[in-house]
Design a binder for this molecule. Structure first.
Ligand code: NAP
Length: 328
């Protein structure tokens, strides 16, 4: 048996409580992990509210990333053994004492990181990595604009782009978050509540604009993204926190600037894609992670009994970086 967080429908409210069910059993290609820490993601909040159902066949338990210890291992698993400290990218199931996952979605935890720090890595660093490099083909010295710079994904993207030698600008919802992102490595940070970020970015780049834009806001950001995108710019949409609908798009600018617009969700990608992504991330950034140049930004750590408080902090846009639940 294992404990896990169950989402209950109580008078229209989605309450969370710790319940018990059978622990999952690993298959030949899977390991079973005793989970010690789980990262909280915006997607968990959406799934809890019924707005982001898990892909077919995936555990309905919340949680897209965990860190823990391997306690059982399938006969086809390569490169890992019982007792290894690992972090895992999951399609679901992380808010639980045990989770099973294909070994190709594991990463060993670098020695200097504890389980709490490690649980803040897989989902946001792999999302930021695939967006900047697989999808946008970011090149060194290019200008990148990262919306929601202080989010989990944003804090990962700032560091990855910085180490790669790109020029980083971000948008955020407060001056405090702006200072925080600049300390983390952003050259420019615009408070979208008080500043016209697309105009200021064009001024900052002497009219050239951003080569790559990482957007999780959507809505009216699309037309502003197009306004401040550079020639041959790539705009990548990974969520639409403000609005799924955008209007007033000037198609002429897309043509004249030869823009590319892509959307993507990591969760629904194939095992092969995610496994390749992890390999590629390790090839390019493992050294930086081990050398502590790349680090998970932890906002708040709390026991999983208080998962609702973690979600409330995220809903109120208060976190800077990752919120982590400790699992006992
Ligand atoms: N497609 C994918 O594969 C994928 C994978 C992972 C995450 N994501 C998405 O990436 C985004 C970041 O995820 P996360 O877990 O890192 O989020 P997070 O830590 O919860 O941060 C999200 C931040 O976005 C900003 N925000 C919220 N609503 C906004 C709005 N209407 N307009 C402008 N800014 C707004 C807030 O910061 P401010 O105070 O600065 O406004 C908020 O703190 C989420 O939308 C998530 O769903 C997508």
């Amino acid at each position: 048996m294992m404990k896990y967080i169950e989402v209950l429908d109580q008078n229209g409210l989605k309450a969370m409580k710790i319940s018990e069910q059978e622990a999952p059993k690993n298959t030949d290609f899977e390991v079973k992990i005793a989970v010690y820490a789980a990262g909280v993601n915006r997607a968990d909040v959406l799934q809890r509210l019924g707005n982001y159902p898990p892909p077919e066949g995936i555990s309905s338990i919340l949680g897209l990333e965990v860190a823990g210890e391997i306690v059982a291992i399938g006969c086809q698993v390569q490169g890992f053994k019982k007792g290894d400290r690992v972090m895992a990218l999951l399609p679901g199931g992380g808010y639980a004492q045990f989770v099973v996952v294909d070994y190709r979605l594991l990463m060993p935890i670098p020695k200097h990181l504890d389980y709490i720090q490690a649980a803040g890595i897989p989902e946001v660093f792999l999302t930021a990595y695939q967006t900047l490099f697989n999808l946008a083909r970011l090149r060194p010295k290019e200008q990148v604009l990262i919306h929601a710079g202080a989010s989990g994904v944003g804090t990962a993207a700032i560091q990855l782009a910085n180490i790669w030698g790109a020029q980083v600008s971000v948008t955020v919802g407060s001056d405090e978050k702006a200072r925080f992102c600049q300390k983390l490595g952003a050259d420019k940070a615009y408070n979208y509540k008080t500043q016209s970020w697309s105009t200021l970015l064009l001024e900052h780049t002497a009219g050239q604009g951003a080569d790559v834009i990482l957007d999780c806001v959507g809505g009216d950001y699309l037309s502003k993204n197009i306004d401040c995108a550079a020639l041959d710019g790539r705009i990548i949409l990974i969520a639409y926190m403000s609005n799924a609908w955008a209007n007033e798009i000037n198609l002429g600018k897309i043509l004249q600037k030869r823009l590319t617009f892509k959307g993507s969700t990591l969760r629904s990608r194939s095992l092969a894609y995610k496994s390749d992504l992890i390999h590629s991330f390790n090839r390019h950034y493992k050294v930086a992670l081990v050398a502590k140049e790349l680090k998970p930004i932890i906002d708040w750590v709390l026991p999983w009994e208080l998962a609702d408080q973690a979600h409330q902090r995220m809903i109120q846009n208060l976190n800077k970086g990752k919120i982590i639940l400790t699992i006992s």
